[in-house]
Design a binder for this molecule. Sequence first.
Ligand SMILES: [Ca+2]
Ligand SMILES: [Ca+2]
Ligand SMILES: [Ca+2]
Ligand SMILES: [Ca+2]
Length: 456
Amino acid sequence: MKIKFSHKMTVLFIFLNLALTESDVKGQSTSGDPVLIIPKTAIIPVIDGEMDIIWNYTGLEVLENDLSSYLEECQGLQPPSSPADCNPSFRTLWDETYLYFFFSVDDDTLVKTPPLLPYMDDDIELFIDSDFSHGKSYDFIDDFNIQFGWNYSEAAVSLSYSSEIDIAKFEFVQKTTGTGWNLELAIPMENLLMNTSSGHVFGLDVQYTDNDGNPCPNGGSQHPQREHKLSWWNVGNDSSWRNPSLFAKVMLGPEISTADIDLSVPGHDFGNVHLGETGSFGVTVGNPGLDTLRISDVRSESDEFTAGPQILEIAPGQNDEIAVQFHPGETVLCSDTLYIVSNAFGKPVIPFWVHGTGIYPEVESITVLPNPFTPNGDGYNDAVSFEYPDMYTLHPHIQIFDLKGARVRDMARFSGPEYLWDGKDDQGTNLDPGVYIYILEAKTRVVAKGTVTLIR
Ligand SMILES: [Ca+2]
Ligand SMILES: [Ca+2]
Ligand SMILES: [Ca+2]
Ligand SMILES: [Ca+2]
């Protein structure tokens, strides 16, 4: 077994303040839920320091807890001055063979300098307690402290604290970038003594030490020193190197879906649609992911909008269409949000907004028969009927006017099977022969207007 061990590391530990409080940390509870569920991957990332697509399917974890003031060799150290100075983050995945990490670090000045201890240089540090024994001190079984210094060809562990681990079995590649560096890493589960079943809980913290090659701000340093330290989980002290109870509780999660969903547009405005008619729109749904996209539901909350199919499978790289329809029931602006439910990674429910306004149609072909009509009680042509398509869903209000503009008959409450006018006024009196004007209104809008001739 190949172990890298630094005697100088123990020297540093003497400088560290062992009396620091350990109460002000957010990761000590063993009873809470895991703070991170690591997705299982069926797609193995290529360990080359470059982001594979699969890394987009796991969350970005940012190291934000500043521990700079706990670095003992310099007093009064401040947090990083800007994200460009020091901004580390990581992503993690697992399968039955490996625990994977992709670290991406923004660091304006990359330093590797004597005494060539990774934890004194720009250094990614990993803390793992494989069985979440969560002790106040390392158990020397499966509690690991592993360091990856920038430009170091090997990982390092401290046997003073960390359990032994065969770093030669690690696969990792560093890549210096324009803004810092990446580290892509695969650690054998076997070496971690990790139980590789979904639901397994273990302890994890990640820290980054930033050395920018500057002397201590208050002088007195024998060499360029660490200026910043950021942790992912632990806050309030810098004791993860000796206290696994400060690690976060994390869990090996279920396998991730690598399907994705991409709508051609975020929504659609149907504009004006006549009552009784249907507006249609096809939204293109693409799957830029790596696995089959399975749409299991398209929900709408109003009756005016429907969409289908409700169930759809789209292969990777392909697209299909969901038809959205608007059938207004009222002359008002209608709005809704359709919710497309699928197995898309990170987007289990994606909204699609829809608007539309229902309007009354202009009546182009009203039938007014007979015209003239002869309401003399002989059983022939005694009433004139008005008829046009959709009349019985719109229930127009019919009014009759004489040529002077006086309303002689208001059939607002008409409810019979046919729209008939019998030549009488509102009092039931027979009107004189002549030309009369009819106006049909649907609510406040005139949908038809014309003349009818009454003959006795
Ligand atoms: Ca890669
Ligand atoms: Ca820096
Ligand atoms: Ca342990
Ligand atoms: Ca640096």
